[in-house]
Design a protein around this ligand. Structure first.
Ligand SMILES: [Zn+2]
Length: 160
């Protein structure tokens, strides 16, 4: 069993939208490299002047801030945006989405037959629900509330 690194724009787009939502992204109405571009509140300097969209040269999404003193001025790629400003949930999903297992037994066929991220999501959820059921139940007993309440990342589909 091993892991193989794989990423493309289809995998990255939902994460891009989710982070854009976290930064209060407003659709600029312009497409950059075939993708929506958002005007966002820069997570570093907090000015509502940063542009979040597809980079022409780096083949990934990038956040560009026009403010001189800002660390995002030269452009920060989506990976670093998630690493620096994302919560644990998105960081985990990000790494799972881009690192594919190359395990060939019990149904895993490796990278060639991988299903798109969107299609895989509900299955992941039910699998996770099964796995977490015990932990979750004891957690609910302890706190009298569902661990699903509270802070959740913005649903990327609500942005479109
Ligand atoms: Zn900035």
């Amino acid at each position: 069993m091993g892991y193989k690194f794989h990423t493309d724009q289809t995998i990255e787009e939902p994460f891009f939208r989710e982070m854009a939502g976290q930064f209060g992204g407003k659709d600029t109405g312009k497409k950059v490299q075939g993708h929506q571009a958002y005007l966002v509140k820069c997570p570093c300097c907090k000015r509502k002047k940063a542009i979040f969209g597809m980079s022409k040269h780096r083949n990934t999404f990038i956040l560009l801030c026009p403010v001189d003193i800002c660390t995002n001025r030269g452009g920060t790629v989506l990976h670093d945006i998630i690493k620096n400003y994302g919560d644990k949930s998105i960081q985990k999903r990000w790494s799972e989405a881009r690192w594919q297992t190359t395990y060939t037994d019990n149904g895993w066929k490796g990278i060639k037959n991988r299903v798109p991220y969107e299609d895989r999501r509900p299955k992941d959820k039910s699998f996770k629900q099964k796995m977490d059921l015990k932990t979750e139940t004891s957690f609910i007993k302890m706190t009298c509330e569902s661990p699903d309440l509270g802070c959740r990342p913005t649903d990327p589909s609500q942005l479109s």
